[in-house]
Write a protein that binds this ligand. Structure first.
Ligand code: ACO
Length: 431
């Protein structure tokens, strides 16, 4: 961040206030209003934070107009095609691509932490069988602070590092356990000879009764889904993690808060909502009816998996995943699946519809990830947990950046109060 010496002038009640302007390395200039209240006695009003930078960061950059997503400067399409998830994790966490030795060391550290404390199995068993895996995930990840006491002191960089590796390593195990529990199958322990994505597929789909071979095309597609969801700058769940941990909360509690936020259908829950919508549409001939509903201002229905707060052009992650979806569907020989036919026709129709064109509503990452996960055999309820485990590294990288920032202070937004002014309490018999 550089101070450009540029300023903006605010005129208020006959007085002028100079607001410094920062120039980022990429993206629009940023007005510094930190002293505004102290100097001018006013707050700014920005529900939904559409014009507010809540922090400075060096991790991820998005140009929504261009459809560009960079992690530490590297374009997402290059990372998705030439790198792999754990290397991208290293990049997000430590700022640079690793050397071969650094990567090997990091992969070893993550692999060594994939098992969860055996007593956590009991914790799982406290949930109802039909609990949504996201509900289980929020609870179990929060409970990690009750199992790993030696990595909850956020003032100790070593403990922060251990907590980071634990979370990245254990989230796939916890997500897979939530799935196994929901279908009444035994938990499957992680296998250290498999890579991160293959191990996750193994923990979800293998059973003790028979041998399970992970198809390399499927594990590659899984790895891509992880990579494409790894971080997305200051979105709702990441901002939740930052806000929760700004109070000094431990990392497990803060990540559990992020998972809770991600669950919503306007955010990570959209992949599940999208597949449920495709099922509700059911057949290609009903698509016009649903497109008409999405365009009707009187109808709250929206096409799930379309539109994005930041991307007003193609979501670059969706472009990569569309290709993966074609590969996976071909491998599994399910191109004729009626649900997937609906998805393809819906995509084609919406992309050619003037309403969606004018409002710049393109398919987002959730549209294609849902199709791939459905084809792989995941139930829709597992879509958002898979997003959560992929995003854990992004949340942790942003959390680590925040804790290390000397300017870090508790997040405390202001409000535009429109309620009653002070009035006297009246006894119940006088109301
Ligand atoms: N279907 C129909 N119309 C839509 C859609 C949609 N999916 N998305 C936006 N619009 C319309 C709105 O009605 C609005 O129309 P108006 O200008 O006539 O009032 C206009 O497009 C702009 O929409 P906003 O809601 O103002 O855009 P915002 O940036 O706040 O919302 C969001 C972005 C929440 C993602 C929205 O597009 C949406 O609800 N999409 C469906 C849910 C979804 O797929 N979420 C996943 C997001 S990606 C992620 O979390 C990984």
């Amino acid at each position: 961040m550089t101070d450009t010496q540029k300023t903006a002038t605010l005129s208020l009640d006959g007085k002028s206030y100079e607001l410094p302007i920062f120039s980022p390395t990429a993206g629009p200039d940023v007005l510094d209003i930190r002293k505004l209240y102290a100097q001018a006695g006013v707050f700014t009003y920005d529900p939904g934070f559409t014009s507010t930078a809540s922090c400075d960061s060096t991790i991820t950059f998005i140009d929504g107009g261009k459809g560009e997503l960079l992690h530490r400067g590297y374009p997402i399409d290059q990372l998705a095609s030439q790198s792999h998830y754990l290397e991208v994790c290293y990049l997000l966490l430590y700022g640079e691509l690793p050397s071969a030795t650094q990567l090997e060391d990091f992969e070893n550290r993550v692999t060594r932490h994939t098992m969860v404390h055996e007593q956590m199995h009991n914790f799982f068993r406290g949930f109802r069988r039909d609990a949504h895996p996201m509900a289980t995930l929020v609870g179990v990840v929060g409970a990690m602070s009750a199992f790993y006491h030696d990595s909850t002191d956020i003032s100790d960089p070593w403990q922060r590092e251990v907590a980071s590796v634990r979370l990245i390593a254990k989230l796939p195990t916890i997500a897979a356990m939530a799935y196994k529990y929901s279908i009444g199958q035994p938990f499957v322990y992680p296998r250290n000879d498999l890579d991160y994505a293959a191990n996750f597929l193994h923990m979800c789909f293998s059973v003790p009764a028979e041998e399970y071979q992970v198809d390399p095309i499927l594990s590659r597609a899984m790895d891509r889904i992880f990579t494409l969801h790894a971080d997305h700058e200051q979105n709702a769940s990441t901002s939740t993690v930052r806000l929760a941990s700004s109070s000094g909360a431990n990392p497990f509690a803060a990540i559990a808060a992020g998972i809770a936020c991600l669950w919503g259908p306007a955010h990570g829950g959209a992949n599940q909502a999208c597949l449920e919508m495709l099922k509700e549409i059911g057949s290609v001939d009903r698509i016009p009816e649903f497109i008409a509903r999405a365009k009707d201002k009187e109808d709250p229905f929206r096409l799930m998996g379309f539109g994005h707060r930041v991307y007003k052009n193609t979501d670059p992650r969706a472009t990569v995943l569309k290709q993966s979806a074609d590969e996976v569907l071909e491998l599994l020989g399910v191109e004729d699946n009626p649900l997937l036919q609906v998805a393809k026709e819906l995509e084609r129709t919406a992309l050619n519809d003037p309403y969606f064109k004018e409002k710049k509503l393109f398919p987002n990452v959730d549209f294609y990830s849902g199709i791939i996960l459905e084809a792989m055999g995941f139930p829709t309820s597992m879509f958002t947990p898979i997003f959560a485990l992929s995003r854990t590294v992004g949340w942790i990288s942003q959390w680590k950046e925040m804790i290390a920032d000397p300017q870090n202070k508790i997040g405390r937004p202001r409000q535009l109060y429109l309620g009653e002014t002070a009035r006297d309490y009246s006894d119940i018999e006088n109301r």
